[in-house]
Write a protein that binds this ligand. Structure first.
Ligand SMILES: Cc1cc2nc3c(=O)[nH]c(=O)nc-3n(C[C@H](O)[C@H](O)[C@H](O)COP(=O)(O)OP(=O)(O)OC[C@H]3O[C@@H](n4cnc5c(N)ncnc54)[C@H](O)[C@@H]3O)c2cc1C
Length: 561
């Protein structure tokens, strides 16, 4: 006899952790989380130690190791896509940068037909419910103060941060006290989901405190292969664990496997473009051509500089120093290993055609690529930059009936005029900021791309060959009304169109990627979705003012030094 649960949640990642907690909160419903990866053990240094963040990506023990097809506008390069394969999902291996996105991102969501309840006023209370913004003023009405996700800010004390912020001001941009508060646009310290020197992942925030609940079961190393249907009603799911196939019955199935696995699993289970499914010998349950389409992401590049002063964190990359740095962390959660080093950055508009920031900067007081490859310099630093709401769209399709075969994915980075224009602007503006007087004592030359890349064509060529994903795939099962043939998920219930009891709650359900890192928006989406699933009254919308360039508030909220 197979077991039965009220809710079977597929994936114990960022969204799955929120759901596990909220759906089991009142003790009335049984919840099973099936997570393909292993547990995020507290002794696993590569997860827990913030500065170890480059190590899990690319390792099968932590990462699904996806790859795009040859990208047609990137000289045919395949782009590597890391995804967390462990409890906590990508939040257990990510960069720990916390960005809500701009309020106008949600106004854009809410402007689409049927999406009114996802505008900024409606999502703000859920951001506040999830966060405990430790650096914020307790009276700050924009921030949450007692939610499960603890957030530290900055501190951005390395003198390179101050020089970067000052240079941005000298170049004509502004500072802002809190990019997640009243005003996103500007430069300043960033929030991070790190608490007392340790990664504060979604599983640590939402699952660790409630693991003993009788009605919550978490199964790791449980790989879901299909959703089992009786007509348009899901009975349960089939999964592999310890070399055996298991079936479990479900009142409801909630997909939370992330923007790559969720559309993959829907297609494997017969939910997707009927013609494509039939061509692979899969019987369609419902014809939903939007499954796997509308794929969005952020592409980013590292602009690196060498530094004549001995102030950067470059020496921390020296293998001989690592044991001492590790020891400092083990003994007191202190030292260079206790932070993600992405302690500050900024948001700007690169041209007058955009209403709100279209470029994000992360400043890093060290010159090193995400995979740990360091620049050849004694001291150095870099910025990560890239367009935040590119109009390029990609798609994802399974190649066969085999659930273990990675799907075909194409992102079409740089495929549009807007995208290419913003990339050229991004590199030129970065150079302008870095050549200001405040940066002069610290900047002894651009390492990458370097002086040979000057014309628009040269800059684009460098981007094609050098840029990487910022790891924000999303929007592959977008929310929208049933009247939109490309929408997949009903915004009021999170149910998949045409199915009785299957819902999607993860980065796939976003209609548009937001203009920042997307872990926080995914947590918000899951918090709100949990209320919708439980049929609770949603939190009351909060109509607060927020900074909009050129509109009524003019220059309010600016801090110039
Ligand atoms: C290396 C890296 C760095 C990043 N840095 C940042 C950052 O600094 N800040 C930020 O905001 N965002 C960052 N992101 C992005 C962010 O972490 C993700 O967008 C977000 O966590 C996605 O949440 P999710 O719930 O949609 O999916 P995930 O958190 O990826 O969760 C999906 C879960 O489902 C499981 N799963 C998948 N398929 C199955 C299956 N068939 N059966 C069972 N389980 C399954 C997976 O193992 C995983 O645990 C980063 C991502 C990566 C990979």
């Amino acid at each position: 006899m197979s077991e039965t649960f009220d809710y079977v949640v597929i994936g114990g990642g960022s969204a799955g952790s929120v759901l596990g907690n909220r759906l089991s909160e009142d003790g009335k419903r049984s919840v099973l989380i099936l997570e393909a990866g292993r547990s995020d053990y507290p002794w696993d240094l590569l997860i827990q130690m913030p500065a170890a963040l480059p190590f899990p990506a690319g390792k099968s023990l932590y990462d699904w190791k996806y790859e795009s097809d040859p990208e047609p506008y990137m000289n045919g390069r395949r782009i590597k896509h890391a995804r967390g394969k462990v409890l906590g999902g990508s939040s257990s291996i990510n960069g720990m940068i916390y960005q809500r996105g701009n309020p106008l991102d949600y106004e854009r969501w809410g402007a689409d037909e049927g999406m009114e309840t996802w505008n900024f006023a409606h999502v703000l209370p859920y951001f506040k419910r999830l966060e405990n913004a430790l650096a914020a003023d307790p009276d700050d009405e924009y921030r949450g103060h007692d939610g499960p996700i603890k957030l530290e800010r900055g501190p951005a004390k390395n003198p390179l941060f101050q020089a970067f912020f000052d240079s941005a001001v000298e170049a004509g941009y502004n500072r802002t006290p809190d990019v997640n508060g009243y005003r996103q646009e500007g430069f300043g310290p960033f929030d991070k989901h790190i608490y007392k020197g340790r990664r504060f992942s979604a599983s640590r925030a939402y699952l660790d405190p409630v693991k003993s609940r009788q009605n919550l079961t978490i199964r790791t190393r449980a790989f879901v292969e299909s959703i089992d249907f009786d007509g348009t009603r899901a009975n349960g799911v089939t999964y592999r664990r310890n070399g055996k196939t298991h079936q479990v019955k479900a009142g409801e199935v909630v997909l939370a496997g992330g923007a790559i696995n969720t559309p993959q699993l829907l297609q494997l289970s017969g939910v997707g473009d009927a013609e494509h499914l039939q061509s692979l010998g899969i019987k369609p349950v419902v014809n939903l051509p939007g499954v796997g389409e509308n794929l969005q992401d952020h592409l980013e590049a590292y602009i690196q500089y060498s530094c004549p002063k001995p102030v950067s964190e470059q020496p921390s990359l020296n293998k001989l120093r690592m044991p001492w740095i590790g020891l400092q962390w083990l003994l007191g959660r202190k030292g260079p290993a206790a932070t993600n080093h992405f302690e500050g950055g900024g948001f700007i508009r690169s041209n007058e055609d955009v209403d709100y920031p279209n470029l994000m900067y992360h400043f890093l007081p060290v010159a090193v690529r995400y995979d740990g490859q360091k620049a050849d310099t004694k001291h150095g630093f870099q910025v990560h930059v890239g367009p935040m709401y590119s109009d390029a769209r990609g798609s994802l399709k399974i190649r066969s009936k085999d659930p273990r075969e990675h799907p075909s994915m194409i992102y079409n980075y740089l495929s549009t005029e807007q995208d290419r224009r913003e990339w050229i602007e991004a590199v030129k503006i970065t150079r302008e900021i870095m050549s200001q007087p405040a940066m002069a004592p610290y900047n002894s030359g651009e390492i990458s791309p370097g002086s040979s890349f000057q014309t628009d064509e040269e800059i684009l060529e460098w981007v094609k060959n050098d840029a990487e994903t910022a790891l924000h795939p999303s929007c592959t099962a977008k929310m929208g009304p049933e009247s939109d043939p490309m929408s997949v998920v009903d915004p009021k219930t999170m149910k998949v169109h045409g199915l009785d009891n299957v819902r999607v709650v993860d980065a796939s359900a976003m209609p548009y990627v937001t203009n920042g890192n997307i872990h926080a928006p995914v947590l918000m989406l899951a918090e709100k979705a949990a209320d919708l699933i439980l049929g609770k009254d949603p939190l009351k919308p909060e109509n607060v003012d927020y900074y909009r360039h050129g509109v009524d508030q003019a220059e309010a909220g600016i801090v110039t030094s």
